[in-house]
Design a binder for this molecule. Structure first.
Ligand SMILES: [Zn+2]
Length: 228
């Protein structure tokens, strides 16, 4: 008579079917890609909330002033609460995005926040270039200097007043985070497709030093332990 529990994991007692059911849930350690993904999503939500508040904090006298002028002299506008935040977003997000637009067009290595794209990664380069070109078409502005086809369009924040500049800064920031989310999501899908099929099988575990019936989740967990 076949033993009913023959295929249960020695550690957690799950059958292959039960293991497959729980695979991918918090039992599996989070991968680097998933950690990056979580950081990008959190930063994006934070940025959307912060920039949403900026508009209500712009004094009427400042709304019509030139964006580049105010950002270039941000220390003089200390009393206007959000100016430092906006200047930081321009330095940390809009400038790197402009640099990424230039580099992707020149065929150089590109870094966008948590994502690095090598010179030979054609599909991801194409995806980034497409996102940038769509953005430039929508906004009627170029993100990078001197390298786009339609070079007569205004660059960056050129000629915008504070009100318009904040709007563009917000849009560029959302692009910056969305591009990262999209690339990390395709990395995650690729990673998932490479993960082993989950089930219960016989394995030799160094810390146990015997062949045992163990599921892939427990195996993943135990092989990380130092052996006795
Ligand atoms: Zn197990």
């Amino acid at each position: 008579m076949p033993q009913k529990d023959a295929s249960r994991c020695w550690l957690c007692g799950r059958t292959s079917a039960e293991v497959r059911e729980s695979a991918g849930r918090p039992l599996l350690p989070e991968s680097e890609v998933e950690k990056k993904s979580a950081r990008v999503s959190a930063s994006k939500a934070n940025f959307a909330r912060e920039t949403g508040e900026w508009w209500s904090r712009v004094p009427d006298q400042v709304k019509g002033m030139d964006f580049d002028f105010v950002m270039g002299n941000h220390a003089q506008f200390k009393a206007v609460g959000f100016i430092d935040e906006a200047e930081k977003a321009k330095t940390d997000i809009a400038d790197p995005m402009s640099d990424a637009a230039r580099r992707v067009r020149l065929g150089e290595e590109v870094t966008i926040g948590e994502v690095k794209i090598s010179t030979d990664d054609k599909s991801r380069r194409d995806a980034v270039l497409k996102a940038i070109e769509d953005f430039e078409k929508r906004s009627g502005r170029l993100l990078s200097n001197g390298t786009a086809k339609n070079d007569s369009a205004p660059h960056g924040f050129e000629g915008l007043n504070m009100g318009q500049g904040i709007g563009l800064l917000r849009d560029v920031g959302m692009l910056y985070y969305s591009v990262q989310e999209r690339l990390l999501e395709s990395d995650r899908e690729e990673e998932m497709s490479k993960r082993p099929t989950f089930g219960v099988g016989v394995a030799r575990i160094p810390s146990v030093s015997a062949e045992i019936l163990i599921c892939s989740i427990c195996q993943n967990l135990v092989t990380g332990l130092p052996s006795a």
